[in-house]
Design a protein around this ligand. Structure first.
Ligand code: AMP
Ligand code: MG
Length: 487
């Protein structure tokens, strides 16, 4: 391990490691495994400023050595987290098999964020894996997570990607890379499931208090804190999924280890944004049953929340029957809360400011027309917002014309356009653009397309800032779009 510690003393790293004060069952301390020839591919300067870190005085060699884990400045004590998870419904003991958290950074605003290297080598939780990651999937995570951030959707963020100078073996040898991920915390539903599987109630109680202190300190002294915690996690997750539905995002692998307590989107594996509307849209090559299809995401998060609640039952009451009784009404309130938030989101997409009983029918009619004609999801709302560029033939359809006339009469009196503009992105990271950018980076090492796309995704609500080519409805492909986990 190379060590240039003096270079790092003034860059603003304020890393604590509060997680490793928790019971030892929850983590393993270890160092990243050095890589051959690290080179920084992309660095998020806006995010580093927000974190209070200034990399500008580092040499490019020191920067790459830091971001690859080749140099670990003094005082930093990296660790991998243990967790479990239901993967496609099957319970498995997991853990960070290829990631290490280097600590929690205090930002100038006083916020705390985990900083984690993904792809940093094998850990005690790697199972059969190599602990590494490939360049394409890490650039994909960088791009999509940043797109989500600019779409105003809670998400982990991406600080950097470095190439390792080593190959990773997948179906073919691929360029290796490490992503630096930033999260409000990495505690997952599966972290609680892990402790429940070990029947370690004491550690669970400590983890619960840790999460409460970090994410919702206002409930720490509540006599009902476990139920309140479940309610708050549920509320954040409902907001998150409603946001995904708003922009046509399909996560693709909503296993309980990929649902976070902090309510951020995490793990951009086989995710994608849908072009043509389809309630059943699935892109992941391994989601054969459509378990995580666009329209199944609300039911899936409910299922995941039930798994989290089951794990927490021993902390509610010593008697399980009493615990179930206490938690049941919270779990049962899911549908009402979800439906209300989803309706409100759809009402905003249509610019409906005042409530009317007919709204439900208006929304339902539009969605059933969309399901039958499969227009572009994003551009349907751009069409409604009056975009002249959108002239797809679907919008000539008589049923749409009649629906639109009806809708226009309903909204005309209000300031509907303002709300629609804030709710409906004019730009999403289109699948074909993402693929083109990654293909160029992987095959030629050039980042022109990646950088262009990375720039435009930062203004998804401002039509004047986006070149026209990004606004057109993509040409329909005869082949279904497929995404891969890329592990
Ligand atoms: P993910 O699909 O990224 O959510 O990963 C699921 C689990 O597999 C997590 O425990 C990961 O740490 C682990 N994993 C994924 N890829 C690898 C890899 N290449 N080596 C070791 N563990 C991995
Ligand atoms: Mg994961």
């Amino acid at each position: 391990m190379i060590n240039h510690n003096e270079s790092f003393s003034n860059i603003g790293l304020k890393l604590k490691s509060t997680y490793t004060q928790l019971p030892k069952i929850l983590f393993s301390k270890l160092m990243p495994i050095s890589v051959k020839d690290p080179k920084t591919v992309v660095l998020n300067e806006e995010l580093s400023t927000e974190l209070g870190i200034d990399f500008s005085n580092l040499s490019s060699e020191d920067l790459s050595n830091f971001l690859s884990g080749n140099t670990i400045p003094t005082g930093i004590d990296p660790f991998a987290q243990a967790y479990a998870g239901h993967q496609f419904g099957n319970f498995t003991i997991l853990g960070d098999g290829r990631a290490l958290t280097i600590g929690e950074q205090s930002t100038p605003k006083g916020e705390i964020y985990d900083i984690q290297f993904k792809g940093s080598g094998r850990t005690p939780y790697s199972r059969g894996g190599d602990g590494r990651a490939a360049l394409g999937p890490m650039l994909r995570e960088y791009l999509i997570s940043e797109a989500m951030f600019h779409l105003n959707i809670p998400t982990t963020r991406s600080l950097a990607v470095v190439e390792t100078g080593e190959k990773v073996l997948r179906e073919t040898p691929l360029k290796g890379a490490i992503l630096t991920r930033v999260a409000a915390s990495h505690v997952r539903f599966g972290t609680f499931q892990f402790l429940a599987a070990h029947k370690d109630t004491d550690a669970m109680s400590k983890l619960l208090d840790y999460c409460i202190k970090r994410h919702c300190p206002e409930i720490l002294d509540s006599p009902n804190k476990v139920i309140k915690f479940i309610e708050l996690v549920m509320s954040k997750q409902i907001d998150l999924i409603v946001n995904w539905m708003r922009v046509g995002f399909i996560h693709g692998v909503m296993n309980t280890d990929n649902s976070t307590i902090c309510g951020e989107t995490i793990d951009y594996g086989p995710c994608a944004f849908m072009d043509q509307y389809d309630h059943k849209a699935v892109f992941s090559s391994i989601d054969y049953q459509g378990r995580y299809a666009y329209g199944n995401q609300p039911a899936t998060i409910h299922w995941n929340l039930v798994r989290l609640t089951e794990s927490l039952l021993p902390l509610i009451d010593k008697d399980e029957t009493n615990s179930i009784k206490a938690a049941q009404s919270t779990i049962d309130s899911f549908s009402n809360i979800f439906n209300k938030k989803w309706q409100n989101m759809m009402r905003s997409k249509l610019g409906l400011t005042d409530q009317s009983e007919e709204d439900e029918v208006l929304i339902k009619d539009l969605l059933s027309w969309m399901q039958s004609k499969k227009p572009d999801f994003t551009n349907t709302f751009c069409k409604l917002m009056g975009s002249n560029r959108i002239n797809d033939e679907e919008f000539e359809d008589n049923d749409f014309v009649v629906w639109k006339k009806n809708w226009k009469e309903r909204v005309n009196k209000s300031d509907y356009l303002n709300i629609m503009k804030k709710t409906n992105p004019i730009l999403i990271p289109r699948n074909y653009l993402v693929e083109e950018a990654l293909h160029e980076a992987e095959t030629t090492g050039r980042l022109d397309k990646f950088n262009d796309l990375n720039k435009v995704i930062s203004s998804p609500y401002h039509v004047e800032k986006v070149p026209n080519k990004y606004l057109d409805t993509p040409i329909k492909s005869n082949l279904p779009y497929k995404t891969f986990c890329g592990t």
